[in-house]
Design a protein around this ligand. Structure first.
Ligand SMILES: Cc1ncc(COP(=O)(O)O)c(C=O)c1O
Length: 450
């Protein structure tokens, strides 16, 4: 098939959502149609997902596609924001911890899975956030999902920022049918929604959910105002700080620290997987009752094995660095790289979305252009992630570039040149060879609503 035909075929006109609601009695057989489509994309280099790194997530590294194509190039797709995963002291800590504790999966935290490093980590995260109590989870996903299902019951309400992460959306959906979403970052819409809920229901709980830094858009809510609105309407605020904790704010305290909200938000959840060189997550609260309740009732804490002692030790050491002068210097470096990347795109006429953070969303728009550009970008040795519909709206297809402390501004400029060049070339090809993606616009609903 030549490019003209490809552009009008499901290779470019279909999305994951076309295959999300299969029907028929055979649960296994009905996955085939999706697989055929995905396989066609894979074989034509148009499936930019599930790649593997061939070494540590350094600024330059080897990456292999699912079909085995290997490339050596610039890595703007990892989220090792302060580059702590290769920090000599973090690695030495991991070695020491393995010697001391062995490499065991720790068991449920309820059944002997707590360890000396995990108890120390709970205390250290609580201090970092100026909160009283912390419960650990073995993933960031589990922390968000588990906190919501632990606290919310079918009569309660959950109101989410429309762009909240899937762990929060799915936690809400698992806990109650009373789930609403308000437009992204709109505190005014949140107030209206809470007013509406409280006008008809004063007997049940309301959980309001947002993030400290939205990782597809690199933007931040006004947290103090939001917490105030929640108090006015007897609602509880939960902020997921997976992307900002450690990477932004004074001493790495993220958006809560930057907005002087440490210790003042009802519930904070987060992940260690971005800045702290390990899987894992946490929930922080000022209430000992909430901590114990979520530990017992939030499924993933009790029914999934706890963090390995090595993971807890690695996060602790990472947190020590995050809070140190060295941590401040690493955040400054990452910020300089991010600013250089944004600047280089601006020089080429592309305004990246949101605020300066480790996330640099590069808007493309037309999903066909984006899919083709993603192929070129990989072939030209830059690794970054394509975010397609339905993870974002159809016309908001973008690259999500992620900047680390280990990059240099020069590498940022080189990557921008490759990505901007690929977008330009893809745009020209789609214009001359294909029709627009208008037909697919009918489908345009975000993932959370599918
Ligand atoms: C806001 C948010 N919460 C939770 C998670 C899940 O964290 P993890 O991948 O560490 O399980 C992520 C990222 O993946 C995230 O972006």
């Amino acid at each position: 098939m030549d490019l003209r035909d490809q552009l009008e075929s499901p290779l470019f006109t279909h999305f994951i959502s076309n295959y999300a609601q299969p029907t028929g009695p055979d649960l296994l057989a009905r996955t085939e149609e999706f697989f055929e489509w995905q396989e066609a994309r894979r074989q034509t280099g148009l499936w930019p997902y599930s790649r593997s790194l061939e070494a540590a997530p350094n600024a330059e590294c080897g990456v292999r596609s699912e079909t085995g194509q290997a490339r050596l190039g610039l890595n703007f797709g990892s989220q090792d924001y302060l580059s702590l995963s290769t920090h000599p002291e973090v690695i030495a800590t991991a070695h020491r911890s393995i010697e001391q504790y062995g490499l065991h999966s720790a068991g449920s935290a309820m059944l002997g899975g707590n360890t000396t490093p995990s108890l120390m980590l709970e205390k250290a995260i609580a201090e970092h956030l100026q909160m009283e109590h912390v419960a650990l989870f073995s993933t960031g996903w589990g922390a968000g999902f588990g906190t919501i299902v632990g606290l919310v019951r079918p009569g309660d309400h959950v109101v989410l920022d429309a762009l909240s992460h899937q762990c929060l959306q799915q936690g809400a959906a698992a806990a109650t049918q009373n789930v609403s979403r308000v437009p992204h970052l709109s505190n005014r819409a949140m107030r209206r929604k809470l007013q509406e809920i409280r006008a008809r229901d004063t007997k049940n709980g309301v959980l309001v959910v947002t993030e400290g830094l939205f990782s597809m858009d690199s933007d931040v809510p006004r947290i103090e105002e939001l917490q105030g609105i929640c108090r006015e309407y007897g609602a509880t605020l939960l902020v997921d700080v997976a992307h900002d904790l450690g990477a932004t704010g004074p001493k790495g305290t993220g958006s809560l620290g930057a907005q002087e909200m440490l210790g003042k938000v009802d519930l904070v959840v987060g992940a260690f997987s971005k800045t702290f060189a390990s899987n894992g997550g946490f929930m922080a609260t000022n209430s000992p009752a909430v901590r114990q309740y979520v530990r017992v009732m939030g499924g993933p804490h009790i029914f999934s094995n706890a963090l390995l002692p090595t993971q807890a030790a690695v996060v602790l050491e990472s947190l020590r660095i995050v809070r140190s002068e060295e941590g401040e210097a690493l955040r400054t470096k990452a910020r300089e790289n991010s600013t250089a990347l944004r600047g280089a795109f601006a020089e080429r006429g592309i305004e990246c979305l949101g605020d300066v953070s480790n996330v640099v969303p590069v808007p493309v728009g037309d999903p066909k252009v984006a899919r083709l550009a993603a192929k070129f970008v990989f072939e030209r040795g830059v690794f970054t992630n394509l975010v397609e519909y339905p993870a974002v709206r159809l016309r908001e297809t973008r690259f999500r570039m992620q900047v680390m402390a280990a990059h240099t501004p020069e590498q940022a400029r080189q990557a921008a040149e490759v990505v901007a060049g690929a977008i330009e070339e893809a745009r020209r090809l789609v214009k001359t060879q294909g029709r627009s993606a208008r037909a697919a616009l009918r489908e345009d609903r975000p993932l959370a609503e599918l």
